[in-house]
Design a binder for this molecule. Structure first.
Ligand code: NI
Length: 174
């Protein structure tokens, strides 16, 4: 089932999401709906707050850096960063909750993430490149943080201005 994606300005995007206490069939069904919603919107990652659910769940389908046909397909419950590299990397990001806006964001180039799978198994992911970036972007969502928050004030203001303008244009039907 395709769910409605919350847009910038929705309070749920700014809330710290609650940990999942128990992985029930409802959680697994939400994970499936989140995959449907992400693919429908042509995204590589989606966090539960983006579909209005303040729980620590995210799904990703990220191409390998070397081979676009190989994908990292992940559904993560209660994910957390256990290690982040000192080196950082700059890369372009967008967000399904802020369509049309893309900006370069600086983040640690490598991270280790621990999470539970929808089957309740502990998973550990040693990520670099695009996967590391996507994971950090999605985990930020679970803390109410958006990629715009990671820009300089000047770049953020410009991006927000562009965003508001695009919204007005969309509302006009132009
Ligand atoms: Ni996002």
């Amino acid at each position: 089932m395709i769910l409605k994606i919350e847009m910038l300005g929705a309070p749920v995007l700014r809330r710290e999401a609650d940990p999942v206490e128990e992985i029930t069939d409802d959680v697994r069904s939400l994970v499936r709906d989140m995959f449907d919603t992400m693919y429908h919107a042509d995204g590589v990652g989606l966090a539960a707050p983006q579909v209005g659910i303040s729980q620590r769940i995210t799904v990703l389908d990220v191409p390998h850096d070397e081979d676009e046909d190989e994908r990292h397909v992940l559904a993560l419950i209660n994910p957390r960063v256990v290690e982040a590299s000192k080196e950082t990397e700059k890369g372009v990001e967008g967000c399904l909750s802020i369509p049309g806006i893309e900006e370069s964001v600086v983040r640690p180039s490598q991270v280790v993430i621990e999470a539970l799978s929808p089957d309740g198994e502990t998973v550990k992911i040693d990520a670099s490149g695009l996967l590391a970036r996507a994971l950090q972007h999605e985990l930020d969502h679970l803390d109410g943080v958006l990629f715009l928050d990671r820009l300089t004030t000047l770049k953020r203001d410009l991006a927000l201005r562009r965003w508001r303008k695009s919204r007005v244009t969309a509302a006009d039907g132009a």
